[in-house]
Every structure is written in structure tokens, then in C-alpha cells.
Design a protein around this ligand. Structure first.
Ligand code: F6P
Length: 322
């Protein structure tokens, strides 16, 4: 392989820039040319590709977002489009592609390899931490800390006004962000899609907390989950129960900002490892981290398996409030 390409795809995450920097410099150091693809698969299919030199990645290790921009590309779900994409890569002399993104983006990479033979390596880039086979995804730690900073402030008001606040965090259909944020902010309750929950459970738990002399103020962390509007429905339920509840949807604030030290180190290690694997002839894998060790996981496993939530974290949050 004389040249490789790198792209960021799907929702941006803090740490994508240090990953791009690491991929670029690791490849250049081994005499391999590097191309950046703008806007993920959307840029690839229109040939929005440019050569990355070392100076292009100067001063980006501390920056949030992605210098390559990102997109969710519906067109790439079409196999004909994937074949066109492979031709574009070949025209540029690109012998392998590194995709930094979430599970949808990694699925695209897997299909591209299987249908066209273009070697691909994935890197887990998402704040959601919902990718099977890796303990950690690039951006999760920063999102966790961003959410915590916001919730610590909300708690000041919750205490001063003796109010409950329902704080909704991102995570798509998973509760990884919610469960860790919940434990770290000392939430009174954590609501995640992986654990059965009803409005009655909420009423019951809070009524118990009130009976014990607690629960007039506090934070309930709610994962956005697959039920749109859930957080507002919970607030209505609390009102029915005679408790005023504020709602705060943290939203995209969780995706931005300077990557934490943890995310910068993770991104740097995984980026360089991705290049090593690609140049060693590996393909169709994601490079992740398991028990502090860099590991390669088949992309197929990522598509087929769901990363389990640690239910102990949710129980722990409740236990710590007894
Ligand atoms: O996957 C990252 C994520 O931020 C999810 O947590 C969230 O559900 C989704 O992306 C939001 O996507 P968009 O920015 O396209 O609205």
C-alpha cells in the first residue's frame, strides 16, 4: 500500500481530530501518502478528496469536531454507489481506507470491503460508547465530562429551589452515557432503555424517597432512548404526583468541545494502531481497546452484537442514595 485515506463519518465526536492527526503522521512516518476525505461517505462518492501533509494536522490535537467534517450518508446504503466509491478510491491510488465513526459508519466500511475488496479499518468514533468489542469509544469521556459540568450547575438550582430536574442525555438507543453520567453526578435515578421502566416505577420510587424525607430536590438522568418525548412525559407524571419538575435536554452540547486528555490519548493510540494493521494487510476490523489493550475486532461482530450495559452502575446509583 502506497497511499491510504481517512474519513470521519456519522455524528462528530471530540477526539476525531487527534485520531486524524495520528493516522496521518503514523502513515507519513512509514513513507505512505495520506488522503483526507471530506464529509465522510458523502464526500467520498463525489471525490471530495485531498492529500494530507503533516502540516494539515498541526494544532488540531486539542480541537473538538473534525477538520474533515462529517455527514450521515443515505446514498451509501446503495451497493451501486459503494462500487462507484471504490472506483474513486482506486483512481486516487488509495489502497486502504480508515473510517472513524459509529456503528452505521463501520457497517458501511464492512460492506465496502466485502463488495469491492478495498481494505478497510474502523475506529470507534462516537460519544455514545455503544460499540461492541471496545470498552471505550473516542469522544465518550469528553461527552461524559461535558454532561457532568452542566448537571453540577443544574443541581445548584435544584437544591436552592427544592426542585427535581429531569436531565436528558444523548446515547441514541443505548444508556451508556446516561448510566455513567448518572453515577458520576450522584443522580437520584437513572432511566435507560436497557432496563424496563414504567411511569408507575418513577412515581413509586420518588414517593418512597419523599416518605424517607428525601426527594424534594434532585437529578434524574434520562437517556434519550428510542421513545421520543419520554422526558417530557416523565415531567408530566411528576406534576400529576404533585411534584414540580424541570426538564433540561442537554443535546448537542455533549458532542462539542475540546477532547479530554483521555480521549486524546485513546484517539492517538488507536489511530496509529489502525495504520499498523492496515499496512500489515489486515482488513474488515475495528481497532478498539479492551482491558487497556489495543485489540482488533471483526466488523461483522460489531454489526451483529449489542454492547451490554453495565446494570451494576444503575443499581449502584440507587444504592448510593439510600
Ligand atoms: O451518535 C451520536 C449522537 O449524538 C446520538 O447520541 C444522537 O442520538 C444522535 O447522534 C443525534 O444525531 P444528529 O446530530 O444527526 O441529530
Amino acid at each position: 500500500i502506497n497511499a491510504i485515506a481517512v474519513m470521519t463519518s456519522g455524528g462528530d465526536s471530540p477526539g476525531m481530530n487527534p485520531a486524524i492527526r495520528s493516522v496521518t503522521r503514523a502513515a507519513l512516518n512509514q513513507g505512505v501518502r495520506v488522503f483526507g476525505i471530506n464529509r465522510g461517505y458523502s464526500g467520498l462518492i463525489i471525490g471530495d478528496i485531498f492529500e494530507l501533509k503533516s502540516r494539515n494536522v498541526t494544532n488540531i490535537v486539542q480541537r473538538g469536531g473534525t477538520i474533515l467534517k462529517s455527514d450521515r450518508c443515505e446514498a451509501f446504503k446503495d451497493p451501486v454507489v459503494r462500487h462507484q466509491a471504490a472506483e474513486i478510491l482506486k483512481e486516487h491510488g488509495i489502497g486502504g481506507l480508515i473510517v472513524i465513526g459509529g456503528d452505521g459508519s463501520l457497517t458501511g466500511a464492512h460492506l465496502l470491503f466485502h463488495e469491492t475488496g478495498i481494505p478497510v479499518i474502523g475506529l470507534p468514533g462516537t460519544i455514545d460508547n455503544d460499540i461492541y468489542g471496545t470498552d471505550d469509544t473516542i469522544g465518550f469521556d469528553t461527552a461524559l465530562n461535558t454532561a457532568l459540568e452542566a448537571i453540577d450547575k443544574i443541581r445548584d438550582t435544584a437544591i436552592s429551589h427544592e426542585r427535581i430536574f429531569l436531565v436528558e442525555v444523548m446515547g441514541r438507543n443505548s444508556g451508556h452515557i446516561a448510566s455513567q453520567v448518572g453515577v458520576a453526578c450522584g443522580a437520584e435515578m437513572i432511566i435507560v432503555p436497557e432496563i424496563d421502566f414504567t411511569l408507575e416505577t418513577l412515581s413509586f420510587t420518588l414517593a418512597n424517597q419523599r416518605a424517607e424525607g428525601r426527594g424534594s430536590s434532585g437529578i434524574i438522568v434520562v437517556a434519550e432512548g428510542p421513545r421520543p418525548g419520554l422526558t417530557y412525559r416523565l415531567a408530566r407524571q411528576l406534576e400529576i404526583d404533585g411534584q414540580t419538575a424541570g426538564v433540561c435536554i442537554l443535546g448537542h452540547i455533549q458532542r462539542g468541545g475540546q477532547p479530554t486528555g483521555h480521549d486524546r490519548v485513546l484517539a492517538s493510540c488507536l489511530g496509529a494502531a489502525a495504520v499498523t494493521y492496515l499496512l500489515a494487510g489486515e482488513t474488515d476490523i475495528m481497532v478498539g481497546i479492551k482491558n487497556s489493550k489495543i485489540t482488533a475486532i471483526p466488523l461483522l461482530d460489531i454489526m451483529e452484537q449489542k454492547k451490554p450495559l453495565n446494570p451494576e452502575l444503575v443499581q449502584l446509583a440507587q444504592l448510593l442514595h439510600k
